[in-house]
Design a protein around this ligand. Structure first.
Ligand code: ATP
Length: 513
């Protein structure tokens, strides 16, 4: 199966099993907006909780915040978003389709990388045991040629983006021979800048109403509350403020399902440090955030760092943690050293001091900031796509199973009476009564037990508990494991302890301390 087909299957599965629905579907949908269904909302909340607890619960010096989506419009002038939160867009005159110029170039680079990957695969086949990938990549002429092309495109693209040279960007697209995926032609318009913020009038009548923006990131709510939190919480630098919440961007090209949405959710943490110490903390948070991702157990080879050459206007260092989605490695989280850009700018625009008084040195200064910024929906997609498996079983049947990390699973366990009589449903309900206080559980008595197991596999339920006639005699049940499909007989009294061992988020959090 191609990666494209796999991705289509994942999207269809997400809809069929109540993870994600297209927004406003009965009105033919709204582009790049999605709703989370009954299982999606649980998975999303669990991811959010794991992120939150790993920062706010596990660190004495990190606290939370929930700032409003609407903010004073001057905030977005101070942050640079009004002037510079733009994407370079380009239209194809034949298909009338609109693209982000940098994304067209990035996609072109991915195609060149695929060519290299094919060469490497050929080499591996040819040289078998004696294959040395490192040597092959540094000596094979075909690989070197494609790599040189990639390096050159990156260099020119970053230069053009840094210098805001839209003509150079346009020329690079022509030079690379990039065609529109829809029309197949190179009939491109000039490249133009497009601001990504949504705006709306505030107030009931248009007179006197001011134009406000839907926040394009949650970070600014943290900056403008920096002193409120610092003073009320008596926080000492270094300290962090974490926040999750909706952000809105009028993305030019919204595609790849929930990867790029117009309304999405971010989980951001701004860490305030002493100027001069930001690089130490930047490295620290890069490693900490990677550890968090790896702790999910989806696979180490699915992650990589991508250090930025083109830096945003506020940053002196930036790196992405990229994830291998079915459509290739793409940004999942950004770690940015933002200097004192934001606080200094808010000082200037608001006329209020945003300084920290250091009691040890008796000095006041504007702290520097290292931020970790992760998309909740993208993390959801990472978990969804890495967990989805179509498996062939020994008896020739197939099953779709979501191998979601157990502590994140939307439904943690299901309880089934083998049949709907002989007192079995009553015992199942008794078990449920105890376990549902701790976990999201599901009760199901319809269809054969095999069908019920399949339904639970499809939503990633880690455990199924079945009450049968033996339960009446010895108060034991079978416990079936989603991944191994093995069944064990367990005394009912042992269930809470076993479930705590296997499902409690604290075991995963413990690995991060
Ligand atoms: P991209 O280059 O993919 O547009 P970005 O660099 O603009 O992303 P940031 O501004 O660093 O993204 O935002 C932090 C995180 O928010 C990203 O790493 C991503 O996970 C998430 N994110 C950003 N834009 C979107 C979007 N349109 N839909 C879903 N998640 C998003």
């Amino acid at each position: 199966m191609t990666q494209e087909d796999l991705f289509k299957n994942i999207i269809a599965h997400a809809k069929e099993y109540g993870f994600i629905f297209p927004s406003s579907e009965i009105y033919d949908g709204l582009s790049a907006v999605y709703d989370y269904g009954q299982n999606g909302v649980e998975l999303k909340d669990n991811i959010k909780k794991y992120w939150w607890d790993s920062l706010v619960k596990l660190h004495d010096n990190i606290v939370g915040l929930d700032s409003a989506i609407f903010m004073h419009p001057r905030i977005w002038e101070a942050s640079g978003h009004v002037a510079a939160f733009n994407d370079p867009l380009i239209d194809n005159k034949d298909s009338k389709k609109r693209y982000r110029a940098d994304v067209l170039l990035e996609d072109h680079i991915v195609r060149l990388e695929e060519k290299i990957a094919k060469e490497v695969a050929k080499g591996r086949k040819r040289f078998a045991e004696s294959f040395d990938e490192e040597q092959f990549r540094t000596t094979n002429p075909n690989v070197l040629r494609e790599q040189a092309k990639i390096d050159q495109i990156r260099l020119e693209m970053n230069k053009a983006l840094n210098e805001n040279d839209l003509a150079a960007l346009h020329q690079l697209i022509l030079d690379c021979g990039i065609v529109c995926p829809v029309s197949g032609t190179r009939n491109w318009t000039d490249v133009r800048q497009f601001n990504l913020m949504f705006s709306t009038p505030l107030g009931s009548n248009s007179e006197g109403a001011s134009q406000i923006f839907l926040r394009p990131e949650t970070a600014q709510g943290i900056f403008v509350n920096f002193l409120n939190v610092q003073k009320s919480g008596r926080m000492k630098v270094p300290f962090g403020i974490a926040q999750t919440g909706k952000a809105f961007r009028n993305e030019i090209v919204a595609r790849q399902f929930i990867f790029r949405m117009r309304e999405f959710e971010q989980m951001e943490m701004q860490f305030f440090v002493k100027p001069g110490e930001e690089m130490k903390w930047y490295e620290y948070w890069k490693q900490m955030r990677l550890r968090w991702h790896l702790s999910l157990g989806l696979g180490e080879d699915l992650y990589r760092f991508h250090d930025h050459e083109k830096l945003a206007h506020y940053a002196n260092a930036a790196s992405d943690i990229e994830f291998r989605f079915p459509f290739g490695f793409k940004e999942l989280e950004g770690i940015h050293s933002r200097t004192d850009f934001d606080l200094a700018s808010h000082e200037e625009y608001s006329g209020r001091k945003l300084r920290y008084f250091d009691p040890e040195t008796n000095e006041s200064y504007i702290p520097y900031v290292v931020e970790t910024s992760i998309g909740l929906d993208r993390t959801f997609l990472a978990v969804l796509s890495a967990s989805y498996r179509e498996e062939e079983l020994e008896n020739g049947e197939t099953r779709v199973v979501m191998r979601i990390p157990p502590f994140l699973a939307p439904v943690k366990l299901a309880v089934f009476p083998l049949i709907k009589k002989d007192g079995l449903p009553e015992i199942a309900q008794e078990i449920l009564k105890i376990l549902r206080l701790e976990y999201n559980c599901l009760y199901d008595e319809k269809d054969s037990i095999g069908k019920r197991y399949r339904r639970m596999d499809a939503i990633g339920t880690p455990f199924c508990i079945t009450v049968d006639h033996q339960t009446l005699d010895d108060k034991t049940v079978t416990l079936r494991d989603r991944d191994t499909m093995l069944q064990e007989r367990i005394p009912i009294d042992n269930l809470p302890g076993i479930m705590d061992d296997k499902l409690n988020m604290k075991h995963w959090l413990g690995k991060l301390t």
